[in-house]
Write a new protein. Structure first.
Length: 211
């Protein structure tokens, strides 16, 4: 599914006027919840202080998320647990990225010149929806501002979803661990079993399902 989109008329472009999209994901490693990807075209001037979302404090991330959403163009793609189990987490991540960029392109007057993707692989040739030139950048969330912005949007969006899910499934501490396999989460899994939002294709969950 595709989640929220945002609008802004002042776009960051290459010297020749072409638009660059940054893409990053959140939630590849957790045992529960969706994987989320964000796509961002930065505004001019871009928000100050952009960095890898994992290096920022929660308060700083929230502040930057608000600035990015208010001033830049962005979109989020969300792939739920059933699709993660069907496709595997890599395939689901590629789908989430494709949905985010597809949604963002609906806001743009034309196609982007290039999509910069955090990591060492892109959806090029891996998803039928993907039609854009792309470049993978290892550590891009720390060195490319548009990817940094995408990492902030993706993490904040997913963390918010996990806090909401924790209200319906309070045993697992998702408001604190965001679905990752912390000792608290693993102990709750052993005690209460998997919820409908747990990824059955992930080994710690699959082992409990088979017991």
């Amino acid at each position: 599914m595709v989640a929220d989109i945002g609008h802004n008329s002042v776009l960051a472009k290459c010297p020749d006027g072409q638009v660059i999209i940054g893409v990053d994901e959140a939630g590849r490693g957790p045992l529960a919840g969706p994987v989320v990807a964000a796509a961002v075209v930065l505004c001019k001037p871009r928000p100050a202080g952009l960095d890898d979302s994992k290096k920022l404090s929660p308060a700083r991330r929230a502040e930057l998320e608000e600035r990015i959403k208010r001033r830049c163009q962005w979109a989020v793609g969300v792939v739920e647990v059933d699709e993660i189990d069907r496709l595997n987490i890599f395939g689901a991540t590629m789908l989430a990225m494709s949905l985010a960029v597809q949604s963002l392109c609906e806001q743009l007057d034309g196609e982007p010149h290039q999509v910069l993707v955090d990591g060492n692989l892109t959806p090029v040739g891996r998803r039928p929806e993907w039609r854009w030139p792309a470049r993978a950048i290892v550590g891009g969330d720390a060195i490319e501002p548009c990817i940094s912005a995408a990492s902030i949007i993706a993490k904040e969006h997913r963390d918010r979803l996990m806090r909401e899910y924790a209200l319906a499934h309070p045993h697992y501490g998702w408001e604190r661990n965001a679905g990752y396999g912390t000792p608290e989460h693993l102990e709750a899994l052993r005690r209460h079993g998997p919820s409908p939002l747990h990824r059955r294709s992930f080994a710690p969950v699959a082992q409990l399902v088979l017991l």
